[in-house]
Ligand binder design. Structure first.
Ligand code: CP
Length: 312
């Protein structure tokens, strides 16, 4: 593996989960692997979990970390090829990525979509430009269309909490006041497609995700029906994909309640808006796995960094 930018970079998810659990049980076992190695974390957007868990993962491997809020602190980066740079951008990605590669052994990037220009978002121009012009491995800390560190952490969490051999997992849309990306949902779908689970997606009409991601996964417009006998309910808002980036529905009937959840375990990537996406009783109840998901972000990142360091 040269870079980690997608759940599709995972060759065998069962083996990866087993290895992540081993790292969780003994986090400092590879402490020497990252000695004198540096990871640079470059954020075009806000973060709490990704920023801290990726640093924690690096620390566990003995790496040094450098963190930069690109949008606030760096020179404005130009991504266009051949652009006459007489506007607001001061530095081209060709130099920026090459320069960063002098200081870092691994580069990690977070860059959200515009949610207004589908073609631009799907081109993943920020992540792909880093890959093109950097001379070291690149890790996605959430791109325009995927959040593979989250998807891996979620797969680890489901594996840890599965009682049945083939659990029923539901991905449910829930209402939100803002237009949100598809990345978390996309990576969760991709990780579930690699696991031995019964998987169903439920959302209101108009919220169909990219068919290239959902493929032949069952979709139901009836949340109550979809939740029946579920072992895990993963809740996430996303904006419309077909009517790109639009909020079409804020129906509070789609909010997840304790009553709807029944005995299923509740999952969300966080941050989550209480009593909009999910009611307090669920998040504060014993069936919530959200803190465990956040904890597993460290071991998902640690596994990815370990593999990249070993590739050398
Ligand atoms: N789940 C997640 O990526 O959280 P942050 O946006 O806080 O990093």
């Amino acid at each position: 593996m040269k870079n980690y930018t997608s759940i599709n970079d995972i060759d065998n998810i069962g083996v990866w989960i087993k290895e992540a659990k081993m790292l969780k049980a003994d986090p400092y076992i590879y402490k020497g692997l990252g000695t004198n190695k540096t990871i640079g974390l470059f954020f075009f957007n806000a973060s709490l979990r990704t920023r801290l868990s990726t640093q924690k993962a690096a620390f566990n491997l003995g790496m040094n970390t450098m963190v930069m809020n690109v949008s606030g602190d760096a020179w404005g980066i130009e991504f266009g090829d051949g652009t006459i740079m007489n506007g607001t951008t001061a530095e081209h990605i060709k130099e920026a990525a090459a320069v960063v590669s002098q200081y870092c052994d691994i580069i990690a990037v977070r860059a959200f979509p515009t949610l207004s220009d589908k073609e631009k978002d799907e081109s993943e121009y920020i992540l792909k430009s880093f890959i093109q012009y950097a001379t070291v491995p690149v890790v996605s800390m959430e791109s325009a269309t995927e959040h593979p560190l989250q998807g891996l952490a979620d797969a680890i969490t489901i594996s840890e909490h599965s009682i049945s051999k083939r659990p029923k997992v539901v991905l449910s849309w829930a209402p939100h006041v803002k237009s949100l990306p598809h990345a978390v949902a996309n990576s969760f779908i991709q990780s579930m497609q690699k696991m031995d689970v019964e998987f169903i997606i439920t959302h209101p009409k108009g919220y169909e995700l990219n068919p290239k991601i959902t493929k032949n996964t069952t979709v139901s417009y009836n949340q109550e029906e979809a939740f029946k006998d579920a072992d895990f309910v993963y809740v996430k808002n996303w904006s419309s994909y077909s009517d790109y980036g639009k909020v079409l529905n804020t129906d509070s009937n789609w909010m997840v309640t304790k009553n709807k959840l029944g005995n299923a375990k509740f999952m969300h990537c966080l941050p989550v808006r209480r009593n909009l996406i999910v009611e307090d009783a669920v998040l504060d109840g014993e069936n919530s796995l959200v803190i465990e998901q956040a904890n597993n972000r460290t071991y998902a990142a640690q596994l990815v960094l370990k593999k990249l360091l070993e590739n050398g």
